[in-house]
Ligand binder design. Structure first.
Ligand code: DON
Length: 314
């Protein structure tokens, strides 16, 4: 397990693996329930792998920009943990996978006490958004952006206005989830303000290089890869990585754990953030999604890489 040898092998093989996985884009299509996302190129596939020393290897369409969508939920969870600690966060969300779709309402009504099962489903992430400290909505957004900028290493990271507006205008399901949570006394504050913050953090625009760097910070237990400074307490990173294994790929998390075995988080714009503990951060973009909301080619590429490099943590 020599990191240099691994990086050389990845650099050598990545273009071939990527083109093989690109064939799987035809099995899916870009999300359209947020209309702006439907414009993404369905045949695109890109990847960045970042080694612990910051070495980067890229292949395919890694210059493509896209929105984080659900991948952002990992980092708002971390910020909420830093703001409130474990006790505060786990009063509002549970620790269990649902086995349901990411936007399901089912268990909120069926299972007392009516808190979202985990912070990575939409209901849970909306509850987490309501926990972010700040004196005003713009202050809360500034704190989220500052945190994401620090972890990504990009001081210019911001949200995409068109995707944000598109989601906000079509968010009937998320609105109903949020009002239900308000009625269950899970959600504090003004519902529309909380939703607005949630739509904005889902619309933060990245490339797969940003995702690889953010993944690498998690792989290094919260340390900045360049300065070695602690950006996130190790315990909170452990919580986030555990949720990535149990819930990160929604109701395909079990299959992904068996076939790939990497802590990972997907988003409906087609991004996947994945990591190899202590060693690599990986960012993938492939906008064509399967019916569970995960990138068809992106999952195939991660499986290929994990098998070839023996990356499964199990
Ligand atoms: O709330 C939504 O539906 C989107 N902003 C995020 C959903 C998402 O990314 C689910 N991921 N696979």
């Amino acid at each position: 397990m020599n990191p240099k040898n691994d990086l050389n092998l990845i650099a050598d093989k990545l273009p071939e693996w990527l083109e093989e996985s690109r064939k799987y884009t035809v099995l899916g299509r870009p999300a359209s329930y947020i209309p702006e996302l439907a414009y993404a190129p369905a045949e695109a596939l890109g990847v960045t792998v970042m080694g612990a020393d910051g070495t980067e290897i890229t292949a395919g369409d890694c210059g493509l920009t896209f929105t984080m969508q659900s991948i952002s939920k990992v980092f708002t969870l971390l910020l909420a943990l830093m703001d409130h600690g474990e006790d505060g966060v786990f009063q509002k969300v549970g620790m269990e996978p649902t086995g349901d779709d990411f936007n399901s309402m089912l268990k909120l009504e069926l299972v007392p006490p009516g808190i979202p099962f985990n912070p990575l489903i939409n209901a849970g992430a909306i509850a987490i958004s309501s926990l972010i400290h700040g004196v005003s909505p713009s202050d809360k957004l500034s704190r989220i952006l500052a945190f994401f900028r620090e972890v990504s290493g990009d001081p210019d990271l911001t949200y995409n206005e068109a995707v944000y507006a598109s989601e906000s205008a079509h968010a009937h399901r998320n609105r109903s989830l949020a009002y239900f949570l308000k009625d269950n006394h899970v959600l504090d504050g003004d519902v529309e303000e909380v939703l607005d913050l949630y739509f904005k953090h889902c619309s933060i625009e990245v490339t797969c290089r940003h995702l690889a760097r953010m993944a690498l910070v998690l792989a290094l237990n919260g340390k900045d890869p360049v300065s070695g400074r602690e950006l996130i307490p190790k315990r909170y990173v452990a919580i986030a990585k555990t949720f990535m294994i149990t819930c990160g790929m929604y109701n395909a998390s079990g299959e992904f754990a068996i076939k790939v075995g990497m802590p990972a988080k997907s988003g409906v714009a087609g991004g996947i953030l994945a990591l190899v503990p202590g060693r690599f951060g990986v960012g993938v973009i492939g906008p064509a999604l399967n019916h569970k909301g995960n990138s068809t080619a992106g999952v195939h590429l991660l499986q290929t890489m994990s098998e070839a490099m023996d990356w499964s943590i199990f």
